[in-house]
Design a protein around this ligand. Structure first.
Ligand code: NAI
Ligand code: MG
Length: 334
């Protein structure tokens, strides 16, 4: 049966980069049926809410969603749509691969690191947010569960095994955050024993930041809690040329959402200037999730060749072309 995919074009540059990705998927021979759904500013205008019920229903029904960046209006009491989606569908694993392309402004070559960030608990659980009446004290609660730690660490090892990766590094701060990070590390050590075919290391988060900048080639798969993963995954994107070059997947037991990790870039929206690489890489992640690795590989090679040869690249990559020219260059190679 034909795979149906929910597509949220998103705000700002979203429609341009999503259309680029959809053309590329079609050219690579992917026979998907798409259900388009609104979220973000577009949904607020069309349906009076940021995340309409029909969008939630489509995400649930099709199980697989490709999503452009969404604008969350600031200071109007709106909670982040991305956080709502992660909670609602229990998308507990945030998978953030980074891969370097030659000839970009990236600081390193041959980077190939995947950060697996726990996406639902830890410092971002939203629990116990209190500011005292006099405004002089603020509190928030971090919660780690054995179940949550087990499922994310197991996810990381299973991914490592499936992709033939050699090493998993558990990143923590158990020396200071003895209860929460301590439990995460304890569980990580237990799970590591079940995977003797994979090298397991552990590293404290601040040292990890320094090591990633000084010697990133020592890393393969990183698994960590929510806040550390948020920061480390952006740091990793910086190693390969920035957020425009990095995709993200939010994966749960039943559902998955694949997305660009940058925002809606209102400064260049509607100008045909956006680099679609991040969302093209997200669709490659989606193909791998759907066991369509051969098509994923074809698209990755075409994209790599365009970027590395500098044929019709966008301004952020040092070229002087727009989204449509860049897309045409990838399509030609396919
Ligand atoms: P941003 O990522 O939209 O833009 C930061 C800078 O990077 C801008 O100069 C932009 O032009 C540039 N940029 C981003 N993506 C690009 C691309 N594909 N090609 C070329 N240049 C690109 O971050 P900003 O400005 O902080 O946020 C703008 C809006 O996006 C906000 O409403 C924010 O809430 C939302 N946002 C949404 C995210 C999501 O849905 N996943 C993630 C981050 C921000
Ligand atoms: Mg982040």
């Amino acid at each position: 049966t034909q795979q149906r995919i929910t597509v949220i074009r998103g705000d700002g540059i979203g429609p341009d980069i999503i259309d680029s990705a959809l053309q590329i998927l079609e050219k690579a021979g992917c026979d998907f049926a798409y259900d388009f759904a609104d979220a973000g500013l577009m949904a607020l205008e069309n349906h009076g809410e940021l995340l309409p019920q029909q969008t939630l229903d489509l995400i649930e029904k099709n199980k697989v969603t490709l999503k452009g960046p969404l604008t969350t209006p600031v200071g109007e009491g709106f909670t982040s749509i991305n956080v709502s989606l992660r909670k609602r569908f229990q998308l507990y694993a945030n998978v953030r691969p980074v891969l370097s392309f030659k000839g970009t402004k990236a600081r390193y070559e041959d980077i190939d690191i995947i950060t697996i960030r726990e996406n639902t608990e830890g410092m971002y659980s939203g629990l116990g947010q209190v500011v005292s009446a006099d405004g002089k004290e603020a509190e928030a609660m971090s919660k780690i569960t054995r179940e949550g730690a087990e499922r994310i660490v197991t996810f990381a090892y299973e991914l490592a095994r499936r992709e033939g990766r050699k090493k998993v590094t558990a990143v923590h701060k158990a020396n200071i955050l003895k209860s929460t990070s301590g439990l995460f590390l304890k569980v990580a050590r237990e799970i590591a024993e079940q995977y003797p075919d994979i090298e397991s290391t552990e590293m404290i988060v601040d040292n990890t930041c320094m090591q990633l900048v000084m010697n990133p080639h020592q890393f393969d798969v990183i698994v960590t809690t929510n806040l550390f993963g948020d920061i480390l995954s952006d740091l990793c994107a910086g190693l390969v040329g920035g957020l425009g070059m990095a995709p993200g997947a939010n994966i749960g037991k039943d559902c998955a959402i694949f997305e660009a990790v940058h925002g809606s870039a209102p400064d260049i929206a509607g100008k045909n200037l956006a680099n679609p690489t991040s969302v093209i890489l997200a669709s490659i992640q989606m193909l791998e999730y759907l066991d369509m690795g051969d098509k994923a590989e074809r698209i990755r090679n075409a994209l790599k060749d365009v970027i590395e040869s500098g044929d019709r690249t966008t301004r952020d990559l040092g070229g002087e072309h727009g989204t449509t020219d860049f897309t045409a260059a990838v399509l030609e190679r396919l």
